[in-house]
Design a protein around this ligand. Structure first.
Ligand code: IFM
Length: 503
């Protein structure tokens, strides 16, 4: 780097790399904060998380403490759009940490190839989650035939790894067929609810239903009738059980402890209402309409803060030994009642799915770091105002509005994909991509460019009647199409022109 022409060459390469990377998605809406996040900062954070933040950073040394399998499979959500090949490699690499019975290590150490088997109940389920996301984006079914060794020997195809993960999760359940929470679920701080192997996770049950549902298109595509029948039955049985035992009257409870004592109920003094079981009751499709409406409304009523949604309320102020770390965290921070961005993002998704696009956008917009930091002032916000942080302190603590753990959070990829897939509405599946926006009513004339399976989609959304959702007309290359799915392979040329009219 002593030679300036070499330096200039390298700088050009860096610029070319980022232009190509960021060139996969570009949105133009009336909200400049939204555009700046989707077009630049969100995508940048996705890359930093994928390559760096999980290994070394301000808060976490992945090389030292291990890389989480659950985190790996979510991180691909953002990266799969520009770098499908790298994601393919990462999925196959992660599968080597799975056991023959379908269970997995919870985390692994990149430098040694070893890891820890903690028995977090959700970890195996992120395998099918990530696999389906990869297939939806790329349509590359060849990954399913790749053979990978299990951590305890023998090998099987990636498809078989996926089937074993789900079969394991279905079998690791209590007598009434609810997942055992064991060492925790997505929420790492619920680590003492089920040490005896009896405690149940209701969020985990909903997540299991969601992942089962996510696989049906693939099972159908492969005509895997036996598995489809087995898993459809499992879905129905678990969904029915949730609805018969986990409805608290106004919302869904969060879990049951080893001794059957409920978590997340109005009857409790602390931790009455947990955000995740309300969001996932909708995302998983298990909630009947009246319950879904009540669960979502209760969240707006009790959990909305200046910077997003609080993860639970009221925060724990007394230690509960049969809850775990959550009740030892500072009230209003971390999983103990902070605005936990990852969970808040899922609420935005649920709220959109529940038909509340306008309210959902209010929450989405509050969470955009430019806006959160503006509300409380940079001195209070503390972290980079263009990066999602794991959490922002809620009103339950005197330092309300203080952010922490920037870069190191799955919320960034979820905010990116909820913005792209649900607000702008460009959702992928095996059969292609759909245009189904859920936007604030005052947005008219939105433009999005998105690369997808070797094509460039130039999408224009017009909204003459000030609607939130509902495409009245979809034109592809000037032709009105029936239905809402676009298979890019059906069109000649690299550029596909799409016009959606809301009404
Ligand atoms: O789900 C976890 C994640 O794996 C690590 N950070 C905290 C999240 C919630 O507990």
């Amino acid at each position: 780097y002593k030679d300036s022409s070499f330096v200039n060459k390298k700088l050009r390469e860096v610029k070319t790399y980022w232009d190509r990377y960021l060139g996969h998605v570009n949105a133009s809406t009336p909200d400049e904060s939204f555009n700046a996040m989707i077009n630049v900062w969100n995508q940048y954070q996705t890359a930093v998380t994928f390559d760096m933040a999980r290994n070394a950073g301000y808060y976490h040394g992945g090389l030292l403490f291990g890389t989480g399998l659950r985190d790996q499979f979510q991180d691909i959500l953002g990266m799969v759009i520009p770098e499908g090949g790298r994601v393919r490699h990462r999925i196959l690499n992660a599968l080597q940490y799975q056991f023959q019975d379908g269970s997995t290590l919870h985390n692994f150490f990149k430098l040694t190839g070893h890891g820890e088997r903690t028995h977090h109940s959700d970890t195996p389920l992120w395998i099918p989650f990530g696999m389906i996301e990869y297939l939806n984006e790329t349509g590359d079914f060849s990954i399913l035939d790749e053979k990978i060794r299990f951590y305890d020997g023998d090998e099987a195809t990636a498809y078989d790894h996926m089937v074993r993960a789900l079969d394991f999760a279905i079998s690791d359940t209590t007598e009434r067929k609810l997942p055992k929470i064991r060492k925790g679920d997505w929420n790492d701080t619920l680590d003492h609810i089920g040490p005896k192997g009896k405690g149940e996770t209701i969020w985990g049950a909903m997540f299991l239903c969601y992942v089962l549902d996510k696989t049906f298109e693939l099972l159908n595509h492969r005509s895997d009738v036996d598995v489809e029948e087995r898993w459809s039955n499992a879905y129905r049985e678990i969904a029915n059980t949730i609805n018969s035992v986990a409805w608290d009257g106004q919302w869904y409870v969060r879990a049951f402890r080893d001794n059957g004592n409920v978590v997340g109920s109005d009857s409790k003094e602390q931790g009455k209402l947990f955000l995740n079981t309300q969001s996932w009751s909708v995302i998983s499709g298990i909630a009947p309409d009246d319950r879904a409406n009540s669960a979502i409304s209760q969240c707006y009523e009790n959990l909305e803060n200046k910077t997003g949604m609080q993860i639970c309320w009221p925060a724990y102020r007394k230690v509960e030994d049969d809850m775990g770390l959550i009740s030892r965290c500072v009230p209003g921070k971390k999983e103990n009642g902070a605005v936990f961005n990852h969970a808040s993002a899922w609420f935005v998704l649920a709220s959109i799915m529940n038909g509340k696009a306008e309210d959902a956008y209010r929450i989405y917009s509050k969470m955009i770091p430019f806006n959160s930091s503006r509300k409380v002032g940079l001195d209070r916000y503390d972290t980079e105002p263009y990066v999602y942080s794991e959490y922002v302190t809620s009103h339950e603590h005197e330092t309300e509005g203080q952010a922490s753990h920037s870069w190191l959070t799955g919320s960034s990829v979820w905010m990116y994909r909820i913005g792209l897939d649900w607000i702008l509405g460009l959702r992928t599946s095996l059969k292609g991509i759909t245009v189904d926006p859920h936007i604030p009513s005052h947005w008219n004339d939105v433009k999005v460019t998105r690369k997808f399976r070797g094509k460039i989609l130039n999408v224009t959304i017009t909204n003459p009647g000030g609607a939130n959702q509902g495409v009245q007309q979809l034109l592809v290359n000037g032709q009105k199409i029936n239905g809402s799915w676009i298979n890019p392979g059906d069109y000649e040329g690299e550029i596909i022109d799409v016009k959606a009219i809301l009404g």
